[in-house]
Design a protein around this ligand. Structure first.
Ligand code: HEC
Ligand code: HEC
Length: 326
C-alpha cells in the first residue's frame, strides 16, 4: 500500500482509488437508514388503525362533524342522523354506489342524496365553507366512518376516489364586513325585542324550545342562517318538528313531542308550556308542516326592509362569532 488510504472493508476490490471510498459507504448507510426510517414512518402512520384515529380527530375537531352528528349508540338523532353504524348502513343507501362511494359522495356532495327524513342542504360539503378539509383529511375521515359498524379499508377508498375525486379545499368566499356582533347579541337576548333567547340557548343562557345555537356559526354559512331566521318554515330542523295531537276528549293540541316512551310523551306547546300526554288518551297524531319558530320576528322591529336587513346582519354577525370554536 502506498500513500493511498486503507481500503474500506466494504469495498475490498476497489482498485487503489485516488479518492477515499469510505465516505461513499457512509453515505450509502445514511441513505439506507433514512429510507428504512421513512418506510417505518409510512407504515406506522398510514396503517388503517392510525388513520382511523386521525379520522376520529378530524370528526371531532376540524371537521366539526360532532357539532351535528352523534356517534354514540342509542342517542336520539336531533339535527342530523346518528352515524353509529354508518360503516354498515352506507351500503344500503343508494343502489349504484359502493358503501365507500356513498360515504365519499356524502362528504363532497351532500345534496346528491339526502338521508330519509332529514332536511336538504343542511350538511355542508367538507372541502368548502365552513370546513375546508384537505384530501388526506377526507380519506382519514372515510376510514373512520367505515370503522363505525364496519371495517376500514384503504383500498376501497382509493377505488372510490376514481369515481369521486377529492378536490383540494376551496378558498373561503370573500366577506364584506357587515353587521355588528355586539348589537346582534343585545337584540338576541332582549326580551322586549327579538327575544331569540326565550327559545334558543347560546353559551350558558337561553331556552330549549329551539335548538342550541352556540356553535351554529361554525357549520352554517351566513346565507343559511339568514334563511333560517327569515323563513323558518322553509326547512324545519329535525327533532323540532310540530305535530298535531287529537285527544280522545276532542280538540287539538299542537306542539313538539319530547321524551317519548311507548306509554307517554311530553308536549312542548310554547316557552315554558310542557304537559305530559298518555298515549292511550290520543286518537291520532298528524305531522304539521310549519316551524315552531314564528315567521317575521324582525318585521315589527324595523320600519323599512333596509333597517330589517341591518338587524339581520347584526344577528348573523353575533351567531357567527359567538361559537366556542372546535
Ligand atoms: C350542520 C350540520 C352538519 C354537519 C356539521 C355535518 N353534517 Fe353530516 N349530515 C347532516 C344532515 C342534516 C344529514 C342528513 C341529510 C343529508 O343526507 O344530507 C347529514 C348526513 C350525513 C351522512 C349520510 C348519513 C346517512 O345516514 O346516510 C354522512 C355520512 C355524514 N353526514 C357525515 C358527516 C361528516 C363526516 C361530517 C364532518 C366532516 C358531517 N357530516 C358534518 C348535517 C351535518
Ligand atoms: C318561539 C320560539 C323561537 C323563537 C322566539 C326563535 N326561534 Fe329560532 N327556532 C325555533 C325552533 C323550534 C327552531 C327549529 C325548527 C326550525 O328549524 O324551524 C328554530 C330554528 C332556528 C335556527 C336554525 C337552527 C338549526 O339548527 O338549523 C336559527 C338560526 C334560529 N332559529 C335563529 C333564531 C333567531 C336569530 C331568533 C330571534 C330573532 C329566533 N331564532 C327566535 C324557535 C324559536
Amino acid at each position: 500500500m502506498s500513500q493511498s488510504a486503507p481500503t474500506s472493508p466494504c469495498a475490498p476490490s476497489s482498485p487503489a482509488p485516488r479518492t477515499r471510498p469510505f465516505p461513499w459507504a457512509l453515505a450509502a448507510i445514511v441513505v439506507l437508514t433514512l429510507a428504512c426510517a421513512s418506510a417505518f414512518w409510512w407504515i406506522t402512520h398510514s396503517t388503517p388503525a392510525t388513520s382511523v384515529a386521525w379520522g376520529r380527530e378530524v370528526f371531532q375537531g376540524k371537521g366539526r362533524c360532532s357539532i351535528c352528528h352523534e356517534v354514540r349508540p342509542g342517542r336520539e338523532p336531533v339535527r342530523c342522523p346518528n352515524l353509529v353504524s354508518i360503516g354498515r348502513d352506507a351500503s344500503t343507501r343508494v343502489r349504484d354506489r359502493s358503501a365507500t362511494e356513498y360515504l365519499l359522495e356524502s362528504l363532497l356532495e351532500p345534496t346528491a342524496y339526502t338521508a330519509q327524513g332529514y332536511p336538504y342542504g343542511v350538511m355542508p360539503a367538507v372541502n368548502r365553507e365552513t370546513i375546508f378539509l384537505t384530501p388526506p383529511e377526507v380519506r382519514a375521515l372515510v376510514l373512520y366512518l367505515q370503522s363505525l359498524g364496519g371495517t376500514p379499508d384503504r383500498r376501497s377508498v382509493a377505488a372510490a376516489e376514481k369515481r369521486f375525486p377529492i378536490p383540494p379545499p376551496l378558498p373561503p368566499a370573500p366577506r364584506a364586513p357587515r353587521g355588528d356582533a355586539q348589537a346582534g347579541r343585545a337584540l338576541f337576548f332582549d326580551r322586549q325585542r327579538a327575544n331569540c333567547a326565550s327559545c334558543h340557548r347560546v353559551g350558558d343562557l337561553g331556552g330549549d324550545l329551539g335548538p342550541e345555537l352556540t356553535d351554529i356559526g361554525l357549520v352554517q354559512s351566513a346565507a343559511q342562517l339568514r334563511q333560517s331566521i327569515v323563513k323558518p318554515n322553509a326547512e324545519v330542523t329535525v327533532g323540532y318538528r310540530l305535530w298535531e295531537f287529537r285527544p280522545r276528549g276532542g280538540g287539538r293540541r299542537l306542539g313538539i313531542p319530547r321524551n317519548e316512551t311507548p306509554d307517554q310523551l311530553e308536549l312542548v306547546e310554547g316557552v315554558g308550556r310542557r304537559t305530559t300526554l298518555r298515549t292511550v288518551d290520543l286518537l291520532a297524531r298528524i305531522p304539521h308542516p310549519g316551524s315552531p319558530m314564528p315567521e317575521g320576528l324582525l318585521d315589527d322591529l324595523a320600519v323599512t326592509p333596509q333597517a330589517r336587513d341591518a338587524l339581520l346582519d347584526d344577528l348573523i354577525a353575533f351567531l357567527t362569532t359567538c361559537s366556542r370554536g372546535p
